[in-house]
Design a protein around this ligand. Structure first.
Ligand SMILES: [Mg+2]
Length: 251
């Protein structure tokens, strides 16, 4: 019997990756317009390498401390590395980092069905939100999307200094919701953060797989797989049925 639901935010309720991809394309166009001698493909590959390195480095100090607090400083670091690789001036790097962030925010939005799904579910269950990411950015996202009223508890990695898949962040949400792990459904797009982490402490899970990606043989197996949040109601009906849930489509 499910009595509470916890959601992930980025790429579960809102299109974070879409906003990043759109902003990267547009800012790249602007960089090439400003410096026509550069090769667009080469700059694009360099930028992918740099931001991939940064994603690795934010697992460690000192970038981790910046990542937890300040998304703009993190972007600035990426653009400075890129511009220095081409011997372009630092002030331009900072200006383009700001443009990138403005573009990203202007393309940021909820998935079309997210708010109506939250509205319906919040009327029947206490909802929680656990999101990894910088304190300033995640708080901005939640305010911009106007979704805070749907949740009884909102936990942000950047504010707490720890996040998914650490067990304590799931436990914190469960205690705020007054729910046991076995009667709570975790809904999210990350197999590590939203499926494996919650399953380790006994929560039920629904993997949001919008692009219908295959599961890895060795990876976690979600209890349910959905391609849209509209399907969560069906998941709850299955969980509530006396015969118990059917196994997911991977079996
Ligand atoms: Mg996510």
């Amino acid at each position: 019997m499910i009595r509470a639901i916890i959601f992930d935010l980025d790429d579960t309720l809102c299109d974070y990756i879409g906003s990043v991809q759109a902003a990267r394309e547009l800012v790249l166009d602007q960089i090439i317009e400003r410096y026509p001698h550069l090769d667009r493909g080469a700059v694009e590959r360099a930028s992918e390498d740099i931001f991939r390195d940064i994603s690795q480095e934010i697992l460690e100090m000192p970038l981790r401390a910046i990542y937890l607090k300040d998304v703009r400083a993190l972007n600035r670091e990426g653009f400075l590395r890129l511009f220095r690789r081409y011997a372009l001036p630092d002030p331009d790097a900072c200006a383009f980092a700001e443009r990138y962030e403005t573009l990203r925010r202007s393309h940021f939005q909820c998935f079309p069905e997210a708010k109506s799904a939250l509205r319906t579910l919040a009327a029947r269950y206490p909802l929680g939100l656990i999101t990894n990411g910088p304190a300033d950015n995640q708080a901005w996202e939640i305010e911009f999307l106007k979704i805070a009223p749907y949740f009884k508890i909102i936990l942000i990695e950047g504010q707490l200094g720890f996040g998914k898949p650490e067990e304590r962040i799931y436990r914190l949400a469960l205690s705020a919701l007054g729910a046991d792990p076995g009667e709570t459904l975790f809904v999210g797009n990350s197999l590590l953060h939203d499926i494996q982490g919650p399953q380790i402490i006994g929560m039920k899970t629904a993997w949001v797989n919008r692009c219908r990606e295959p599961l890895h043989d060795q990876g976690p197996v979600p209890d349910h797989v959905v391609s849209s949040l509209e399907e969560i109601e069906g998941v709850l009906e299955e969980e509530q049925s006396p015969s118990g849930p059917r196994r997911n489509q991977t079996e």
